[in-house]
Unconditional design. Structure first.
Length: 439
């Protein structure tokens, strides 16, 4: 089968760039198949997208996918920020690209590879994220496959994810970065300009704009502080008094982010993210602009083209609170269960005895409820089981309230109001459950 130059395979179609590009290309009339390890429910909108275990597919399986779909352009948006459980920068950025290149060659199709990389030069690469990205570029350049490497700057889109969400939170809250960090070069690029570039490439023969690497970003140099200030203008927070965060707080937050990643979470504030932020984002978009005729949008055009909606403001303000909610709920359940089981076991058991519980049941109930509470905290701590833990916590809390109303109604007027405070805890768990989604 001859490849259809207008049929495009987008790898990593559930991510920020991959999802936008997939939908944008479809809107332009291209036939697009998006592929991701997992698509969210909102991304499964009847389109012919595929859920495939890309990282475990060998070159033969990838080549079969290309042939079966009759692909003419492959857009590789697959990437991970940092090594951790389920994330391996070398496997994703280098080893997968090597298999993909082999698959393109074995497919015998005239395929153009459009690869999404990162700006910068190898001399300043200091993290596994950046070094493996650069190794992938070298593999592509030596492969003989028609390719275009795109190096987007700081991506600004309607959706907020990762570093973009983090900077919007800084803009929406009364906090600021240190002067040194604000002066970091930080050239942005509009998501629409990335999609327009890929559409321009997809409409051309693989021999055109072949073996080139383009920086995609605003032409005028700007700093990280300029980007944050533009978002502040959108949020209407430009004149607020602010607390400047010292550098050590960012480093501490990054270390805590690394720890939570061991539990399956993907916080934007991790050591790699902070290292890359401090390195900055800069490059020269002249070659890209000359070849495509695209005039990149400025940060004012990207962020300031519309007034921030209430959902924009709520998200930006709540985004950094989400990990605090999860952490506080984990501590609430684990610590309360531990106290009842170890430190104040006699007092906890005494409450049951004083309300006429059979002595043979006092011990098992005290131990059982304590272990249940601690288990709920552990379930909430792990990303994969967090939703189940929050639901279990809500059910357990309602059970405690109903049981107390029937068996020990006097506890409702206890001076410290322990049962009364259970209501707000249920609401907090409900909020945490409703904000679990990342995409």
């Amino acid at each position: 089968m001859d490849a259809d130059i207008r049929k495009i395979l987008v790898l990593g179609a559930s991510g920020l760039i991959g999802r936008f590009v997939t939908e944008d290309l479809r809107g332009r009339g291209f036939r697009v198949v998006g592929v991701a390890r997992k698509l969210s429910a909102s991304q499964k909108n009847g389109a012919p997208d595929l859920e495939l275990p890309l990282m475990s597919m060998d070159a033969e399986a990838l080549a079969r996918l290309l042939r079966d779909q009759g692909i003419g352009v492959v857009v590789n948006c697959v990437g991970v920020l940092q090594d951790g459980p389920g994330s391996d920068t070398a496997a994703v950025h280098r080893e997968f690209v090597a298999r993909l290149l082999q698959a393109i060659r074995e497919s015998r199709l005239a395929i153009r590879l459009v690869h999404i990389s990162i700006p910068g030069v190898a001399e300043t690469d200091a993290t596994p994220f950046s070094t493996t990205k650069r190794e992938a570029e070298r593999l592509i350049a030596d492969s003989g496959v028609p390719y275009t490497i795109l190096r987007p700057g700081f991506v600004v889109a309607l959706a907020a994810y990762g570093g973009s969400a983090m900077l919007r939170s800084v803009a929406a809250l009364p906090i600021d970065l240190s002067p040194a960090e604000r002066l970091t070069p930080f050239q942005p690029v509009a998501m629409e300009d990335i999609a327009a570039t890929i559409a321009w490439l997809a409409a051309r023969d693989p021999g055109e704009a072949n073996a080139v690497t383009w920086d995609l970003m605003q032409e005028q140099p700007v700093t990280l502080g300029d980007v944050i200030d533009q978002f502040r203008e959108v949020f209407g927070t430009g004149k607020w008094w602010r607390i400047v965060m010292p550098a050590f707080l960012l480093d501490l937050g990054a270390r805590l982010g690394d720890l939570t990643s061991l539990l399956g979470w993907m916080p934007p504030m991790r050591t790699t993210a902070i290292a890359e932020l401090r390195r900055g984002v800069s490059g020269s978009p002249a070659g890209w602009m000359t070849a495509t005729g695209i005039i990149p949008k400025t940060i004012r055009q990207m962020a300031g083209r519309r007034v921030a909606t209430i959902q924009d403001k709520w998200f930006a303000r709540l985004f950094p609170i989400k990990p605090l909610m999860i952490a506080s709920l984990v501590l609430f359940w684990v610590v309360s269960g531990f106290i009842a089981l170890v430190i104040s076991y006699d007092a906890a058991a005494g409450i049951l005895r004083s309300h006429g519980f059979p002595p043979s049941l006092v011990g098992p109930i005290t131990v059982g409820t304590s272990l249940m509470d601690m288990s709920i905290g552990v379930l909430i701590a792990f990303r994969r089981t967090s939703a189940f833990g929050l639901i279990a916590g809500i059910i357990a809390s309602l059970g405690y309230m109903i049981g107390a109303a029937i068996l020990t109604p006097d506890l409702w007027i206890e001076p410290l109001g322990a049962l009364v405070k259970t209501g707000p805890a249920i609401v907090l768990m409900l909020v945490a459950l409703l904000t679990l989604d990342n995409r």
